[in-house]
Design a protein around this ligand. Sequence first.
Ligand code: DGT
Ligand code: CA
Ligand code: CA
Length: 596
Amino acid sequence: MPFAPPVPALQPSSPQARRLMGNDEIAAIFDDIADLLDIEDANPFRIRAYRNAARTLRALSFGLAPLITRGESLPKLTGVGVDLAGKINEIVVTGDCALRQRLQSAVPPGLVELLSIAGLGPKRVKHLYHDLGIATAQQLCQAAEQGRIRHLPGFGEKLEARLLKAVQEGLAKERRWPLAFVEPVAQRMTEYLRQMPGVEIATVAGSLRRLRDTIGDIDILVAAGPSVDVSGHFIRHPDVTRVLAKGRTRASVLLGSGLQVDIRVVKPGAYGAALVYFTGSKAHNIAIRQRAQKQGLKLNEYGVFKARECVASATEDSVYRALGLVWIVPELREGRGEVEAALAGRLPGLIELNDLKGDLHAHTRASDGRNSLEEMACAAQAAGLHYLAITDHSRSLRVAHGLDTDRLLQQIDQIDALNARLQGMTLLKGIEVDILEDGSLDLPDDVLGRLDLVVGAVHSHFSLSSRQQTRRLLKAMEHRYFSILAHPLCRLINERAPLNMDLPAIIKAASARGCCLELNAQPQRMDLFDIHCQSAKEQGVLISINSDAHRSADFSCLRYGVAQARRAWLEKQDVLNTRSLSELKTFLRNGGNGVI
Ligand code: DGT
Ligand code: CA
Ligand code: CA
C-alpha cells in the first residue's frame, strides 16, 4: 500500500503478534531486505540470495511457522542455507528481523515508501536519492513537476509523467493529514459554501468532526433547497485543482495541497440524519443501525423509519432519541462501546479545555524554544493556565542546545526570581531529560532532585528492537525522580513511525510506579494515541496533556490534546494537569504516589 500512514507496531503480547506468520509474510521481509541492500549498494550475490529465498518460500506447499513453533527443524530448502534458516527462525519467533530493522534505520524512511510506488524499484530509488537527493514522495512529486526526473539514467519523460500521476494519486488517497493542518482549510471551505445564496447550513462531518488526530479527507455536509447548484459553486473554488467526481448532490475535489474534499448536499429536513451518517465513524454507524433493527426501526442517511413512516430526520438529537439513545458527542462515535454506554446511562463526562489548570512541558530560549521564561509565563496565563512547568532539553541533545547542570541551576534561580514577581501564575522547575540508550537519565540525581518534576523523553536510538526499547523505558521510569514519560511513542505524523515497544508493559509499569504518561498535543506528535490513553485510564495511570510549547503561541495546541483525550473517554479526574497547583505539588512530592 503506497504511502501508508504509520501504524502502531504490533506488540509482542498482542493477539496479532501471536498469530503464526505465513510463508508470504516471511518472504515479504526477505524482499524488503533485498531492496534495502540494493539501495545500500551491497554485494549483488547477497541481494540475490534473499530474493531467491523469498521465491522459494512463496512456492512451498506447507507453512514453516508451525514447524518452528513445534520445535521441529526446517527441511532442506533450495537457496536457504544456515544463515537464512536462522533468519526465518528469528522472524517467526520475534515477528521481525534485526537485519531489516538495521537496514531500515540506515536509510531515510521515505525511501522505503518510494519503493512501493509502481515503476520504482531499488535501482531507480537509488538514483533519485543519490543524484537528486529525493527521499520522500513529496520531493518526488515536486521534482517531477519541475521536469528534473526525466534526465536521470533509465527514466525519461514518459516514466516521469507516470510517476507524477502515481504519486499524486497515492498522496491523495493514502495520506492522512494532521488535524491542525486540515481544520483551517475546512473552515475556509465551509465559509465559502455558506456564502452561497440558498445554502442554509454547511458543516464539517467525517473524521474531522470526530476530531481524529489524522484526517483522510474533509467531508462537508450542506443543507440547501433543491434548485441550488451547490456542487457547481463548490468546484469553482480557487483552491480546487482537480474534480474527481461531480453530481447534483455530491462532489469530490482535490486541492492544490493534495487534500481531498467531499461534499454532500441534502434537503434541510434531512439534515440531522445525514449529519449522523456522514459524521460516522463507519463502526458507529453500524452500531446504531443494529440498535435501530433491535427496535424494529430502519436507519439510513435519510432518517429513522417505522415501516414506511419517517419518525426522525431533521436534527441529530431527534435521530438519537428515536433510537432510545441520548445524543452522543462526535469524539466518542468510534464504535468502541459508546452505544452500550449511552443505553446504560454511563457515558463519560468528558474533559474540557477549561478543566486544564496548567501545562507540564514547555521550552524557552535556553534550549530550542523561541521565547523567554517571562514571555512563556505570560502566554500560559493568557491561555487561562495557573501554572507552567519549564522543561528545557538536557545536555545530550546538543542540536537543541540542551542544558547541563550549571545552566539548569542558573535557570532554577531565574525561575525563583520570576515567581516572586508573577501574580496568578507559577512556574515549576523541570527538565525534559534525555533518556539515554541504556535507560539512564542525562543529568545527575542531585540536580534532578532539586526540580519540581522530571519529564523524561527519548530523542535518539529510535530503532531499537521492541525488547531493548521497552527495557530502556522501564529503566528510566524506575528512576526515583521520574515524573512523566513525554511523547512515549515518539511518532511524527507522516515522518516517523511509532517506536517499537511493549506499550502495555509501559502502562503497567507507570501504574505500579505511579508516574504519568504524556499526551503530547503538538499537532505533528499527538502522542499517545487515543486508544492508548484509554487503556492507561483503565489501569489508573494519569495522563498529562501537555503543549510541549516551543513558542508562546503554542499553548493554543492544548485543545488538540483535549480532543484526543475526549476520544479516549478521559474525564477531568483522569488528567494530572486538571489539578490545582497545591494538589499537583502534593502529588509530585510523593513521587507520583500521592492521593489526589
Ligand atoms: P477519514 O476520511 O479516513 O479520516 O475517515 P472518515 O470517517 O471521515 O471516513 P470517510 O471520509 O470515508 O466517510 C465519512 C463518513 O461517511 C464515515 O465516517 C461514515 C460514512 N460512511 C462512508 N462510507 C460508509 C460505509 O460504507 N458504511 C457506513 N456505515 N458509513 C459510511
Ligand atoms: Ca473523511
Ligand atoms: Ca470522505
